[in-house]
Structures are given as structure tokens and as C-alpha cells.
Design a protein around this ligand. Structure first.
Ligand SMILES: [Fe+2]
Length: 392
């Protein structure tokens, strides 16, 4: 068989560690001992801060290090410059040599940026942006996701808003990547059904957008394809049967794989829409992707080629857009964008903001402002799980 040479590529890999184990939280002690850590600090989603998960983690760490960890609660809302500065202050007074973040994307992103402030003192905004040379922090950094969605536990980026504004700040540095991602699916069984659906659809959007991105390639495609395959078999199951250990584990593995893919391949138009829907209209991130992805995929379809067939085959549908529509419907996320943005002028602002996103350039089919307006218009109609009626 003859093979053509791969296209030129740049693939970011961290040579770091992913540990996947049911009740893996108990392994924090061994990890602390292995690295000789003495001063642990826990950042925990405020939802869990006074509960069993935080207490178990603190107890395991205290046994291993001989020191009681401060438990720093992180607000459940998306991180902003104020909440990050507050977390950084609490971390600084603990002088930690081990930082463990337990929670969803908001908690992990807060921990990533707050930790960087320890070695790069100043304002939160000063360390935002791409390609900043950030000084490393010497602590061991462990992220423990409690939702299967953002994949923040293996990515080198974080997102926060500027407090009191709609401005989103993006942080990206290899120094931010956690050294250890600890995947303990037992922590996700108590996740409310709505959060399972929204965060799972975010993971699905990561996998699909990374797979079809202009930056995708031989190193990222295997992660993206396997992530879609696992989500096709487990996401709706985890939503309908929250206690299903297998489904929960596969969703967590899939969200991690999707993030490894998008860390190099980047994302596309659904994320370009989700950002202003979140910033301007407080639409939860995964829901914003769900509002957008079926129509976005219908728009992209002419540019997908064999990859479109691969996606359809994984989900057993006639085409890729129908697959995204079907999963969205099964997760009860088949909603009209009008529920959140009923006003035409406000939708125009969303289209304008989406057009300024860097993700437009990564999307397989170039979209101009009229295309974006047409997609937003189409998002006003739920699809009932069928093929989106959108041709452009
Ligand atoms: Fe996302």
C-alpha cells in the first residue's frame, strides 16, 4: 500500500500524566508522596467545598504530607478576574508545593491562572493572551475534573471574563498545563442531568470541531475520532442512567481525548458562537454549543469530504449534521436560540462578535458575516433530532 506523506503539522504534547481510576481521588496521597510534597492546597468548586469529596481529598493529603490543606472554594460561575485574584491570594498565603483543583472547567481554569500568578505576580489581565512567556511555578499541579466536558485537565489554556464587563480573556501557556490529570469518574455520578448533557455536548463539540478544523491532522485525528466514538456510545447513556459506571468513565476519557485533539487542532464556528452567547446572554457554554453545532455542521457539510462520512458512520446517521442534531435532541438540548436572544438587534451583535473570533479561520468552510447571520437565523428553529433544514 502506498501512503502519501502527512501534511506539515505542529502538535503540542505535554509528556505529562493522565491517571484514570474509579475512586482515583484516593491516589492523591501516593502522588503527593511520590513528589515529596509537604504543603498541599485544594481549590474546590464551591458546590463541593463543604462536602464529602473535599473532606476525602483533604484527609488523604493530610495523611500523606503531614499538613492540613486549606480548602479554597471557587465560585461555580465562570471565572472572572476578581474571582481568580481572590483564589490567587488564598493560594499565596498557603505557599503550596502541591495544588489540587477539583471541579468543572471553571474551577480548573481558575486554578490554572491563579497558580501562574504565584510565579508571575501582578494583575490577572497582565498574564492573559497567547504566547506570553510565563515563569513556571514549582508546585505539582493536579486537576481532577468532576464533569466530562471541558477537558481543561489536559489543555494549556483557560478562559475568564474581565469582571464587570463582557470582555473574555484567553490565557494560553504550556506552563499552565496540569502535570497530572486525575480522571475519577466516580466523582461525576452526582453531576445533575442538565450539567451532564451540557458539558457532554461541549466535549462532543470539541471532538467534532477538532476533527474537521483546518489545523487537524495525523496527530490529532485519532484522538478526535476515538472521542466521538466513545461519546456516541456513552453520552446519552450517562445522561439517562447517571449511575452507569461504564458510561461515566467513557465520557470522562472522551472529554480528555477531545481536549488533547483541540489543544493542537483548535475549534470552529460553534465555539465562535458559544463565546458571545455566554458573554452577552449568559448562555451556559455547552448549551451555546448545542444551539449552534447542528446548523454549523450543516453549513460545513460541503467542505467535510470523507471526514463527514466518518462522522455519520460513527453515529449511524445519513450525514454529520443529522448526527449532531440527533444527539442534541436525545440530551433535551434541542432549543431555539430565541429563548436566550429573542431580539434581532441582539442577535446581530452575536453574529458580529462571532465574526471576530479566531475560530472562524480554523473552521473548514470560510464563513462571512452574512453566513453567520443566516446560521443564527436557522438556530431559531429546533430540529426535532432530524436533519437541519439549512442550506447555504
Ligand atoms: Fe468548549
Amino acid at each position: 500500500m502506498t501512503q502519501t506523506a502527512p501534511a506539515d503539522f505542529v502538535f503540542f504534547h505535554s509528556s505529562r500524566r493522565v491517571v484514570c481510576a474509579w475512586n482515583g481521588l484516593e491516589r492523591l496521597g501516593a502522588l503527593a508522596e511520590e513528589h515529596g510534597c509537604r504543603r498541599p492546597a485544594l481549590l474546590v468548586d464551591a458546590f463541593f467545598a463543604g462536602g464529602d469529596i473535599a473532606a476525602r481529598a483533604a484527609s488523604v493529603l493530610a495523611k500523606a504530607t503531614g499538613t492540613a490543606s486549606p480548602v479554597i472554594p471557587v465560585p461555580a460561575h465562570e471565572p472572572d478576574t476578581d474571582s481568580i485574584a481572590k483564589a490567587a491570594e488564598a493560594l499565596a498565603s498557603a505557599k503550596p508545593d502541591l495544588i489540587v483543583a477539583i471541579g468543572g472547567g471553571s474551577t480548573m481554569d481558575t486554578a490554572k491562572v491563579a497558580r501562574m500568578l504565584l510565579s508571575n505576580p501582578g494583575t490577572v489581565e497582565a498574564i492573559s493572551g497567547f504566547g506570553k512567556k510565563l515563569a513556571p511555578h514549582a508546585s505539582l499541579f493536579v486537576c481532577v475534573p468532576t464533569t466530562a466536558g471541558t477537558g481543561s485537565e489536559v489543555s494549556e489554556s483557560a478562559i475568564a471574563s474581565k469582571s464587570g464587563s463582557d470582555v473574555k480573556l484567553i490565557f494560553r501557556s504550556q506552563e499552565m498545563t496540569p502535570q497530572i490529570a486525575l480522571l475519577d469518574a466516580s466523582l461525576t455520578v452526582s453531576c445533575p442531568a442538565k450539567v451532564t448533557a451540557q458539558s457532554g455536548y461541549d466535549a462532543l463539540t470539541h471532538a467534532v470541531e477538532a476533527y474537521i478544523s483546518k489545523m487537524s491532522g495525523v496527530m490529532t485525528d485519532p484522538f478526535a475520532v476515538e472521542s466521538m466514538r466513545l461519546l456516541a456510545g456513552s453520552l446519552v447513556r450517562a445522561y439517562r442512567e447517571p449511575q452507569d459506571r461504564e458510561a461515566r468513565t467513557w465520557c470522562l476519557v472522551a472529554s480528555c481525548q477531545a481536549a488533547i485533539a483541540f489543544n493542537s487542532a483548535n475549534l470552529g464556528l460553534a465555539h465562535a458562537f458559544a463565546a458571545p452567547l455566554g458573554a452577552l446572554h449568559h448562555v451556559a457554554h455547552g448549551l451555546g454549543n448545542a444551539l449552534a453545532l447542528p446548523v454549523v455542521t450543516a453549513f460545513n457539510q460541503p467542505a467535510l469530504g470523507r471526514k463527514g462520512e466518518t462522522i455519520a458512520a460513527i453515529f449511524g446517521t445519513r450525514d454529520a449534521a443529522t448526527a449532531m442534531s440527533k444527539v442534541r435532541h436525545a440530551l433535551d438540548l434541542d432549543l431555539s436560540v430565541d429563548l436566550y436572544v429573542p431580539d434581532g438587534d441582539a442577535r446581530e451583535k452575536v453574529a458580529q462578535a462571532a465574526s471576530r473570533s479566531g475560530q472562524v479561520r480554523m473552521n473548514p468552510r470560510l464563513a462571512d458575516i452574512d453566513d453567520l447571520r443566516a446560521m443564527l437565523e436557522a438556530m431559531r428553529k429546533p430540529t426535532g433530532g432530524e436533519t437541519p433544514a439549512f442550506v447555504r
